[in-house]
Design a protein around this ligand. Sequence first.
Ligand code: NDP
Length: 447
Amino acid sequence: MKRKYDYDLLVIGAGSGGVRAARVAAGHGAKVAVAEEYRIGGTCVVRGCVPKKLLVYGAHFAEDLEDAARFGWQIEGASFNWTTLRDNVLAEVTRLSGLYTETLQNHSVEVLPGRAVVRGPHSVTIGEREVSAERLLIATGARPHIPDVPGCEHGITSNEAFHLESLPGRIVIAGGGYIANEFAGIFNELGSKVTLVHRSNRILRGYDHQICDRLLQISTMKGIRFLLNSTIERVVRRADGTLAVHTARDVLECDALMFATGRVPNTDGLGLESAGVQLDEHGAVRVDEWNRSTCPSIYAVGDVTNRVQLTPVAIREGQAFADTCYGNKPTKVDYRCIPSAVFSHPPLAGVGLTEAEARNTLGAVKIYTADFRPMKNVLANRNERALYKVVVDDASGRIVGAHMIGPDAPEILQVMAVIVKAGMTKAQLDECVAIHPTMAEELVLLK
Ligand code: NDP
């Protein structure tokens, strides 16, 4: 029997959400193709989570080497080579991108290289080629947003940061969110002089204030300069190649400027209007709880929908879409209690309600904190304290939030995310016997 369409499903964008959806839908028996204009793997693998985390590891050696002396190690002539780290990280990205490609091939998903443009509810062009599919899945992700200030073209974004020819001696980072704080930490550890310019008086909006204040304090102590309540008004490139970044109060001389001022959904020029797909005021595809757009045959998952811009969420949305449409298993993503982390130096992480949110929504809450200097920092003479906070609903005794900053905080918080999601009580946490000596034991010893 001749098929009505070339494919059952055409996914546009081979990032975390798109690849998961394609692979699972194909596993359920659908005929699937993925269009991708750049590299398989998307933001997370190619220019986000993975290479960033590897740079964080690389950067952290600066502190480890410094601390080593107190543990008896004399490391003479230690030096850092940016190109070695950069090239090794980029090689790992290439390896992972290859694995993603293999996964698609192993599941008989056809990869269509090129930029896809939607021409109608079932129709897409990729270059000269026209293809049709019963369903389209938009999984095109997001891209850095650059504020429109004179000279902004002299700035880079996180996209370019992974490819720098050399480390900037002085870098200005605009923004106070995830990317700004993570890269401020990376560049600072690697020896750049970092100035972070942020438009409001609080970094990391959405995270618990006390935890953010601790990061601000430690980052400042480590040499990062924070200009809060400050915005960049213009950027001038000097004849010698350096930049002058103007704010209302300061002129910041630097070798590089990086914008980390949020990300916008990739819907420009995608042709979605031709199929009646509505976008929201930020250009994100409007979807319902089943990932359906306003066109019945077109769905969207991941950052392009601007729900929660996190890889594991995009993956869940891709999985839910595929199971619902091809696996006879209607599935909605549960957006409650999504844990998240910032891989700053030190890292921080949180899940559930912050103290302020809990006080505003629950009324009576109990806050338990552990504010301590990790054993390793004590011997290293590193004056850097960790802070763990557990937020408890007083009426039920349930743990409704957990927030922490300190070495390995994201690793530890993952388990607290299970506890919060499971609705466990503080009394149950207290019943657990500690593993001694660890940092995590503080969580079962909270008074
Ligand atoms: P964030 O939303 O975290 O931060 C954006 C920052 O830019 C905020 O501080 C915001 O200020 C500021 N800002 C926004 N618009 C402007 C403007 N026009 N002028 C000046 N400042 C501005 O975005 P990121 O770019 O750091 O990261 C994008 C998303 O990617 C994150 O939200 C996160 O979901 C995801 N991500 C996750 C990571 C992780 O899981 N570890 C790592 C990196 C990214 P204000 O606070 O005042 O709004």
